[in-house]
Design a binder for this molecule. Sequence first.
Ligand code: KIV
Length: 273
Amino acid sequence: MSGYISDDTRKVTTHRLIEMKQRSEKISMLTAYDYTMAKIVDGAGMDVILVGDSASNVMAGNVTTLPMTLEQMIYHAKSVVRAVKRAMVVVDMPFGTYQGNSKEGLASAIRIMKESHADALKLEGGEEILETVNRILSAGIPIMGHLGLMPQSINKYGTYTVRAKDNKEAEKLIRDAHLLEESGCFGIVLEKIPAALAARVASELTIPIIGIGAGGQVDGQVLVIQDMLGMSQGFSPRFLRRYADLNTIMSNAIGQYIADVKSSDFPNETEQY
Ligand code: KIV
């Protein structure tokens, strides 16, 4: 069996993630949205599990992350938290629950933390959401920022292509990253930006920078689990490495089951009472 084996069973905390950056140990992060998957991911030794609002795409079949509700995120987060012993569980605040109104943002944040028992929250945005970030942090809730391609703003961009390729957007991203660090965020996800820009942010900041489509010179990596396991189809950005072809494995297994039922091969003598 190949893979990662560690005997460190201590719970991953914000403090431990910052220590990992200090000793140049890369941080592993992957999404999960349900109990069964989260148990496998945690058991494999993942550092951070993200209950991403990408659940909107991969679990609910929506085109964007915008329809995700607070109740749906709490449901997914509770399912994941029940399964996890070691990894830090970070939950995405869904679109419309924190932008533009910091008091509402805090109320949404408190609901997620109280009802799901997750460890931290992730919010998309920089300067524009700073008041909300500060209010949530002042309640003692750890926050991970998210800059670069921010899927909740897809209607503003109009496309999922690489962000911050021009100087103006890159300078704003760097400013926003510093603002988030100064506010007290414990980490930042950088999505789909040039590798050199991500490397610069990671070297300027003391908090961990987790990349997705942001190159290798950052402090850790995150992917969507259905994508890296090859369950989803028709989505193959350059940054996505597929570690398995579960679509084929699952389709073959399900096809075999159908054939066995149709031919009365299943159940056999030993598979009944
Ligand atoms: O929702 C999500 O899965 C994310 C990752 C892509 C970082 O935000």
